[in-house]
Design a protein around this ligand. Sequence first.
Ligand SMILES: [Zn+2]
Length: 276
Amino acid sequence: MTRVRVTRSIGVAVPVDEVWDLVSRFDQLPRWMPGIDAFAATPDGRVRTVLSGEATFLERLTGIDPVEHRVTYSLIHSPLDLSTHEGTIAVHSAGPNATVVDWVLDVTVDSRDPEEVRTGLRAAVDAGLEGLRAYFSAPVWARYPSLALDEDSAPGVAGWLDRRLLVPRCASCSRLHLPARPVCPYCWSDEVQHEPVSGRGVVALSITLRQGPAYPGVGYPYPVVTVELEEQAGLRFSSGLADPSRTSPIGAPVELDWVVRDAAPFPVFRPIGASA
Ligand SMILES: [Zn+2]
């Protein structure tokens, strides 16, 4: 029996919370790991079966540390003739838009050539890390699979990736409009360009939803507000409200903040003065 350790790292050019949201979900592996031909996970997401070519791997989540941003798992079954297998994926921030991903495998090889096993594991880990980097380099359409983006809405949502709220402005009459349209609704000019707005405004409409995912820290059912933005009368944008009390009344001042959901930033409004 020979112990083999494989340690590999990669840099990804997005904030750490986006990478963590993806790698911490054990049942989301096929979204970023290449070479998977079939995949299944138990309903609790803690055991996954990965079919790659002729090989079947059965893996169990053994630990998840949201503070240290570390996931640990073990291999229950594989064709590699290993008596132990522990994997760790840890992510840490290296700057506002820089994350380092460390992936460590510790295995005990029973009968195979340890160097052959090491080479194979290293190739698999490198492919996975490159897959992560590719996931976060993908176009805005791929980063927001839950949204039905079109040519009009995509530029605004692309701004979300930089955590900026972009609103189309007409170069002809200078007015802003929402939702995004290819032609200015006021003067019909097609000279429309997205530009950032402050995200501050007041609650104009407030509703409560009983479907869909809640924003972190907000109880159920969760509030959604339409906010009249301070840049222009009548310019309104709707999004979730990150207010645990869920009582922001019509007219309450709010500001924009960002939450990570499905490995991508989403805008959310927060009452001015409330802490994150
Ligand atoms: Zn116009």
